[in-house]
Design a protein around this ligand. Sequence first.
Ligand code: ADP
Ligand code: ZN
Ligand code: MG
Length: 492
Amino acid sequence: MKENWEAVIGLEIHAQLSTETKIFCGCATSFGDEPNANTCPVCLGLPGALPVLNNHVVDLGARAALSLALHINEESVFSRKNYFYPDLPKGYQISQFDRPFSERGVLEVMTATRDEAGHVREWRPMTVRITRMHLEEDAGKNVHEGLPDTDRYSYVDLNRAGTPLAEIVTEPDFRSSWEAYDYVNHVRRALQWVGASDADMEKGNLRCEANVSVRRKSEEQFGTKVELKNLNSVRFMQRAIEYEIDRQIKLIESGGRVTQETRLWDDRAGETRVMRSKEEAHDYRYFPEPDLQPLVVTPEFIESVRAAMPELPEARRRRFMQDYELSYNDAAQLTSEIALANYYELTAKAASNPRGASNWIRSELLRELEAADVAVADSPVKPEELGALVRIIDEGGISGKQGKEVLIEMFATGKTAAAIVEERGLAQVSDTGEIEGVIAEVLAANPPQVAQYRAGKEGLFGFFVGQVMKASKGKANPKLVNELLKKKLSES
Ligand code: ADP
Ligand code: ZN
Ligand code: MG
């Protein structure tokens, strides 16, 4: 029955821009301070206090907009969005309405088809239209204490009131929960990449809401949408959308009707629940903020921001595939964050071996970093040093297996690869004459095996390799041992 249905999804993301101070006053945006420590007459909404726009917000807003392929308006207008809530002392939020900071983005996002368990089958590009990205202030926070049916207290903490947000709204362009999932991850990475936002959902500096409706595949018209909130991670969002699609299809097929409402995702219960019905639209009585000038940005300013931005992640992934001959998956992994992409390029250069650098980072270094819970930017093994290690291995100085142990020691001690190889006496013997000497000894000590081998028992080859390696205390270059042994054994 699900085959006859199509889901339609639009997303709204709120990202906190990483400024030191709030959008309209000088209060700190730091997290975890004493409640109401970071407040002043402006963000407390005291009468007579006037907002002044923080220039850094415009800078980061421009970076965010450009990283999402949005068109930046040379003039935009702040508006008051009026509503009452205890965490909003002014009685209105300063936001943008009919003339937003940026709009009309057409973004290419890679999305994957996945199997039932969520494992990626295949990546393909998808086009997402971003309706707009506007700038606004955040509200404060209500904090509730006590259990139901006891004395309960509610507090208001205005530390967050006035922190700068970018609200990013898409057209209803997603057709599955995984498309929405891949888009949100794309946006998170883009914002982090250009330094516009930490975009960390756990810390609440990226929040998203999903609008979900379903329609029969034969229908043109969109169905009634439900808004999902309380999506505390990208995976929660994906699960919530999936649940909601099923719920709506079942509801309609059993003769019911979807009502326009806001629902909260409860991940423990694995279901969405009604928060409030939204039958009639809110009237926020928007009007232009009289205390702020229209925001004007010049084309020169926009170009200067663009010029200062790093190469964007998707472009960099494509370049990695081209220049370094990496697979899609490897290049995508190495461009999952900018620090890792930078680390990779430095390693590849030092190693003169891009594929080798990719393998060593993805299989060995990332495992060590993860186990130690260290960010790649703080890796005790610097890229130049990992590159040097790869080079020593490539040149036959030590084996790949030894290299793994050397890397672990580099990670633990911060010593260079060369120092560890030296200290441990690991350097492989690649001297042909020396290895030939050992081979001669081994063959002389095992005449019956030599005779059997030469009579056709080729399975004995491994035995000779083992003997030579043992006699050289594991230091002989295995590739050379193989070559030279073959030669010696074939001479009769
Ligand atoms: P509202 O006025 O309720 O805020 P908007 O038209 O501003 O609605 O859209 C809010 C979000 O909902 C946007 O991301 C938009 O793409 C999405 N949306 C609009 N209509 C639908 C629909 N029928 N199904 C799913 N998403 C929708
Ligand atoms: Zn303040
Ligand atoms: Mg809206």
